[in-house]
Write a protein that binds this ligand. Structure first.
Ligand SMILES: [Zn+2]
Length: 711
C-alpha cells in the first residue's frame, strides 16, 4: 500500500516537475503605479518555492526607461541590458538531479526546454496593452526595450549630427556643367584601335581619327582634339577597363564664406553598372561620380571638412574628416566655369587665377597664404604658379614678408625678370639664387639645360670642382657619346669619381675626372673595385690553405679543348675568387672547396666556351679521377645551355682516364670514398640548399643529381 502511494506520489511529482520544465522561465507581471515590474523565475526556483526571482525587470513606460535588478553572489546589481542580453540567468537541476548552468543566455533555452517563458493570461494582456507590442511575453518586452533604445540612440545621434548637417546644408548643388567638365577634361581618355588598322576612335572628341604607329598602353595626343590620350588596342585591352579615379575641384561662394567640393569621376567600359558586358560598345561607357569632400571655409577663416564615412560602425553618412588637411592641399584642377562669381567674391586677390588657369592647387590654402603674405598676389600675377604652389606647401619663409616679389624670392629685379623669361620653374629659381649668392652670371642656355634635365645645384655637389660651364659642356658631350640622359650621367659621374678615388686614381687630372667615355670608365672602375677585393680575398685564402696554390699548378694538365668548349684550370686562387665574384656563386666563399684543393680531394675547373675563353661560364668541382661533383653558373644555378656541353664533358672525362698517373688513381679512390661519406653525412644532418634554383631542397639530393661519374 505504502509503496503504491509513494509511487503514485512520486509519479505525480515527476509529472509536475516535467511540466514545470517545459518552460525555461516563469514571468510575473505587476504594475507599480505606472512602472511595470516583471519578475523572472527559473523552473528550479519555482520547484523550490523560492520567493526571490532571478531578475526584476522594471519598465517605465511613460519615461522610456528600463532597468533590471538581479542578485549575484549575495549582492544586488543593476543592469541596463536588454532582456535578450541578460546573463547568468541561473541554474537548475533536471529530473535526474543533474545540475545545469547551461542557460546563461535566454536564447539558449531550447537546448533544455520546449518553450521560453510562461506568464499568466492577465499578465500577458497587461503587457500587450501597456507596451503596445504583439507576440509572447518575452517578445513584447524585447521589442519595447529595443524601441526605447533606438529612440534614445537616434536622439543622441541627432544632437551630434545637427551641427554637421547645418554645415552641409550650406553646400550648394553641383552644376551639371562642372560634372561634364570633370569627365571631359580630367578623366583619362583613350583612342581605341584595331591592331594593324590606321583608324581609331577618341573617347574625348568622340571622333574617328587617323593614327600613326600607335602603341598599346602608350601615351599620345589625339590628332583631332589635341588632348592627351592613351592608345588601347581593342584586342589587347582588359575586359575590366576602367579609368583611374580622377579628381576635380569646384569653388562656390556662399554668404558665410565659400565652399570647395572635390569630385571623383571614373568611366567604366563595357559595364552595365553591375557587371561587365562585352556587348556594350565603347561609345557608351558607364559614368560614375561621387563627391569625395565638402569643405566649408567660413569668413572668419575656420574650415570644416566632411567626407562620406562610417559613423560608429553603423551609419554610412557625411562625417567630419580629421585628415582633411591632406585633402585641403590639392584636389585636382579647379573648374573655371564660375570665374565671374569668384572674381566678384575675391576682388582684391589673385585667387581667381587658380580658376582661370585651372591650376591643381588648394584654393583655401592659397587664400590663407595670401592673407598672411600679400606678396603672393604679385607672384601669381607674374605667373610663377609652380613656385607659389611650392611655397604654400611649406610653412612660409621669412623673406615672404617682403612686399616686393624679387626680395620675397631672395632675388633682385633683373634676376626676377630672367626667372620669368626662363619659365619660372622652382629649379631655375634655385639656380638664380645660387647665381646671386656667388655674385656671378650664369649663361642662359646653361640654366635652360639644367631646367630641362631637372638638374639642380645640389645634384652637382660631388662632381669635380670645375666651373659649371665646363660641367654643362661635358654633360652635353657625354649625352652624345654614351646615349644616357643628362640626369643619369650626373649620377654615373658621381659614382665613377667615388670609385676612382677609392681605387687611388689621380682624380685631379682632367682625363681622369672627365673621361672621354664616362659610361665605359664607370664600368672599368666597377671591375677594378672588384679586382681589389678579389686580391684581398685571395690573399686571405692563400694564408689559410697553404698547399692549395701549389696543388693547382699540378692540374694544368687537365686543360682540354674542343671546337666549341674548353676546360680551363685556374692558375691560382685569384682566378677562382674572380670566377666566383663574376658568376656570383658561393664557391670562393666556402672554405671547404679550398680545403679539398689543399688535400687534393677535389679541384675547381672552369668550363668555358671556346669562342670566349676569358669569360666565366660554368665552374666545376672535379675529383682527381675526373668525376664531376658540381657544375655551377651565375647565382649557383644550372641553365639549359649546359646540356649541349655534356657530351664534351664526357669526352674530357675519357681523356682524363688516359692521362691519369698512379698517384692520381690513388687520390681518385680516396676522393670517391670521401664524397660518399660526405653525402651520407649531409643526408643524416638533413642539410638544405639556401639559395639559387634548388633553394629548400635537400643538399644531398642536389649534389647526387649533379654528380657525373667518369666511367
Ligand atoms: Zn580626340
Amino acid at each position: 500500500m505504502y509503496e503504491t502511494v509513494k509511487r503514485w506520489y512520486d509519479n505525480k511529482e515527476e509529472q509536475r516537475i516535467k511540466s514545470l520544465h517545459r518552460y525555461a522561465y516563469y514571468l510575473r507581471c505587476q504594475n507599480l503605479s505606472g512602472i511595470l515590474k516583471i519578475s523572472v523565475f527559473t523552473p528550479w526556483m519555482v520547484q523550490q518555492g523560492t520567493m526571490d526571482p532571478a531578475f526584476d525587470i522594471f519598465l517605465n513606460v511613460d519615461g522610456d526607461e528600463y532597468i533590471t535588478r538581479y542578485c549575484m553572489n549575495g549582492q544586488e546589481k543593476w543592469s541596463k541590458a536588454l532582456i535578450y542580453n541578460l546573463q547568468n540567468v541561473g541554474h537548475f537541476e533536471d529530473l535526474s538531479g543533474k545540475e545545469h548552468y547551461s542557460v546563461n543566455y535566454w536564447y539558449q533555452y531550447n537546448s533544455v526546454c520546449d518553450k521560453l517563458a510562461w506568464i499568466n493570461p492577465e499578465g500577458l494582456k497587461q503587457l500587450r496593452r501597456t507596451l503596445k507590442q504583439s507576440g509572447n511575453a518575452f517578445e513584447i518586452i524585447q521589442k519595447w526595450q529595443e524601441q526605447v533604445k533606438t529612440k534614445k540612440r537616434d536622439e543622441a545621434d541627432a544632437k551630434v549630427f545637427k551641427p554637421w548637417d547645418d554645415d552641409l546644408k550650406l553646400v550648394p548643388e553641383l552644376p551639371k556643367r562642372f560634372i561634364n567638365w570633370a569627365f571631359k577634361e580630367n578623366t583619362e581618355h583613350y583612342i581605341f584601335y584595331d591592331a594593324g588598322s590606321k583608324k581609331g576612335f577618341c573617347s574625348r572628341c568622340q571622333k574617328e581619327v587617323t593614327l600613326v604607329n600607335p602603341k598599346h598602353r602608350k601615351d599620345g595626343i589625339c590628332p583631332s582634339c589635341k588632348h592627351n590620350i592613351v592608345y588601347l588596342a581593342n584586342g589587347k585591352k582588359s575586359k575590366y577597363l576602367r579609368t583611374p579615379v580622377a579628381e576635380s575641384q569646384i569653388v562656390q561662394p556662399i554668404k558665410e564664406g565659400y565652399v570647395i567640393q572635390i569630385l571623383e569621376t571614373q568611366r567604366d567600359y563595357a559595364f552595365t553598372g553591375y557587371t561587365f558586358d562585352p556587348n556594350i560598345p565603347i561609345t557608351k561607357p558607364n559614368l560614375r561620380y561621387d563627391v569625395k569632400y565638402k569643405i566649408i571655409v567660413r569668413n572668419n577663416g575656420t574650415v570644416a571638412a566632411y567626407t562620406q564615412g562610417i559613423y560608429k560602425n553603423r551609419l554610412y553618412r557625411w562625417i567630419p574628416d580629421s585628415w582633411y588637411r591632406d585633402r585641403y592641399m590639392t584636389g585636382g584642377r579647379i573648374w573655371h566655369g564660375n570665374i565671374k562669381e569668384i572674381e566678384a567674391r575675391f576682388p582684391h586677390s589673385a585667387a581667381p587665377i587658380l580658376l582661370r588657369k585651372e591650376l591643381n592647387m588648394s584654393f583655401s590654402r592659397y587664400v590663407d597664404f595670401e592673407k598672411k603674405y600679400p606678396v603672393m598676389e604679385s607672384l601669381m600675377k607674374i605667373g610663377l604658379y609652380d613656385i607659389v604652389k611650392d611655397l604654400i606647401r611649406s610653412t612660409g619663409r621669412e623673406s615672404l614678408k617682403n612686399k616686393e616679389a624679387a626680395k620675397a624670392l631672395e632675388l633682385d629685379k633683373n634676376r626676377l625678370k630672367r626667372l620669368i623669361e626662363l619659365g619660372g620653374s622652382i629649379n631655375t629659381w634655385n639656380w638664380l639664387q645660387v647665381e646671386k649668392k656667388s655674385d656671378t652670371v650664369f649663361e642662359t642656355d646653361m640654366l635652360r639645360y639644367f631646367d630641362k634635365n631637372k638638374i639642380n645645384y645640389y645634384d652637382l655637389q660631388h662632381l669635380p670642382k670645375i666651373s659649371l660651364t665646363k660641367i654643362w659642356h661635358y654633360l652635353v658631350k657625354q649625352e652624345q657619346v654614351t646615349g644616357e640622359t643628362a640626369s643619369q650621367l650626373v649620377t654615373t659621374w658621381r659614382d665613377y669619381l667615388a670609385m676612382a678615388e677609392k681605387n687611388k686614381l689621380n682624380t685631379s687630372l682632367e682625363y681622369v675626372y672627365k673621361p672621354a667615355d664616362l659610361k665605359k670608365a664607370h664600368a672599368e672602375q666597377i671591375e677594378l673595385s672588384n679586382r681589389e677585393n678579389v686580391k684581398k680575398e685571395a690573399a686571405t685564402i692563400r694564408r689559410k690553405f697553404k698547399k692549395a696554390e701549389k696543388n693547382l699548378k699540378e692540374i694544368a694538365k687537365y686543360e682540354y679543348h674542343s671546337d666549341k668548349y674548353a676546360i680551363i684550370p685556374p692558375r691560382d686562387i685569384e682566378d677562382i675568387v674572380l670566377e666566383g665574384t663574376v658568376l656570383k656563386h658561393c664557391i670562393h666563399r666556402c672554405d671547404f672547396y679550398f680545403e679539398r684543393i689543399n688535400t687534393k680531394e677535389s679541384f675547381i675547373l672552369f668550363l668555358r666556351k671556346e669562342s670566349s675563353l676569358k669569360t666565366p661560364w660554368y665552374t666545376l668541382e672535379v675529383e682527381p679521377g675526373g668525376n664531376i661533383r658540381q657544375k655551377r653558373t651565375t647565382g649557383d644555378n644550372q641553365n639549359p645551355d649546359l646540356n649541349a656541353a655534356l657530351p664534351f664533358l664526357k669526352k674530357w672525362q675519357e681523356h682524363i682516364k688516359k692521362i691519369m698517373n698512379e698517384e692520381d688513381r690513388k687520390l681518385a679512390g680516396i676522393a670517391d670514398k670521401k664524397r660518399q661519406a660526405n653525402y651520407r653525412d649531409i643526408r643524416a644532418n638533413k642539410k638544405i640548399v639556401w639559395h639559387g634554383k634548388h633553394q629548400g631542397e635537400l643538399l644531398a639530393d642536389v649534389l647526387e643529381a649533379d654528380f657525373m661519374a667518369a666511367i
